[in-house]
Design a protein around this ligand. Structure first.
Ligand code: 13P
Ligand code: ZN
Length: 272
């Protein structure tokens, strides 16, 4: 059996491939990390390389000490992952202090995990605590419609949450907390990592202005579905605006509350 045939790898690869086919991953755009379960690590262990060097992460994530992540490689193209996993992705182990990592499998021709690795780890660290160990994924994509909206809407959580909730009826059920927004920042830096992780305490989705979406979830389906729902909602809003007449009617705040009640979710009241 090859490592690509393991269930966890099949799920990881499918998300990458689906994201590329949606048009969210031009070139090396976007990245994706998955925090593995102990059983998944055991299944992959026969493929691990022995005794690799540790590399400093640049930050300390104490509650991720000893964890293993599957990560896209920096500069690697999502388009190529399904056909060439051992050159494009890697499995990374975090050391006992939570301040260094080593590649235990993958990136056979060299390379490092995504340049957003510190951002991913800081956000995994937050989600591990706030979801009581449930969330395992951080997924970043260059979603064109959401990026376009960051040129026309005020860059606030309130403005984006309201527009995205109201552009497709079932959106409030999918992201009842709304979405966070960070202003334009340098990709791969510590500032964007810290700003996102602060917002991840409250939201599962952060919009990075003029850049894309950074989102989190418990499993491949839920996280891909969240990304897909938000990007589709943005697309519908842009299509409606593109008709050139402005928005004639929309879902009211009271109707948002009715949907939330009918589906048993609690909306972030500060946006209503
Ligand atoms: P990486 O290739 O290093 O993952 O960077 C892509 C990206 O989208 C950075 O935000
Ligand atoms: Zn990016």
């Amino acid at each position: 059996m090859s490592i690509a045939e393991l269930e966890v790898m099949k799920g990881y690869i499918r998300l990458c491939d689906d994201g590329f086919k949606m048009g969210w991953h031009e070139r090396n755009g976007g990245n994706f990390t998955y925090r593995m379960t102990a059983n998944e690590v055991d299944a992959c262990r026969p493929f691990f390389y022995p005794n690799r060097e540790w590399t400093s992460i640049g930050i300390t994530v104490g509650n991720l000490a000893g964890e293993y992540f599957i990560s896209t490689g920096s500069g690697k193209f999502m388009r190529n992952i399904a056909d060439n996993i051992d050159d494009t992705i890697c499995i990374v182990e975090i050391n006992r202090e939570g301040n260094a990592y080593r590649i235990v499998w993958g990136l056979v021709h060299g390379g490092v995990p995504t340049s957003e690795f510190p951002s991913h780890l800081l956000n995994h660290s937050v989600k591990k605590v706030t979801t009581n160990n449930l969330y395992r994924i951080i997924y970043h994509a260059h979603t064109p419609n959401v990026i376009a909206l960051t040129f026309v809407l005020p860059l606030t959580a309130r403005d984006f949450s309201r527009v995205l909730w109201k552009s497709m009826t079932e959106c409030p059920i999918v992201f009842p907390a709304g979405v966070g927004v960070v202003p334009w920042m340098i990709p791969g830096g510590t500032d964007i990592a810290i700003a996102s992780s602060e917002l991840m305490k409250e939201y599962d989705t952060i919009i990075w202005a003029h850049h894309g979406i950074f989102c989190s979830g418990p499993d491949f389906d839920t996280t891909f579905g969240l990304m897909h729902t938000i990007e589709k909602s943005a697309e519908i809003y842009i299509k409606a605006l593109s008709c050139g007449q402005g928005i004639r009617q929309t879902i009211t705040d009271d109707e948002l509350r009715q949907v939330a009640k009918a589906f048993g979710v609690t909306l972030n009241e500060k946006f209503l």
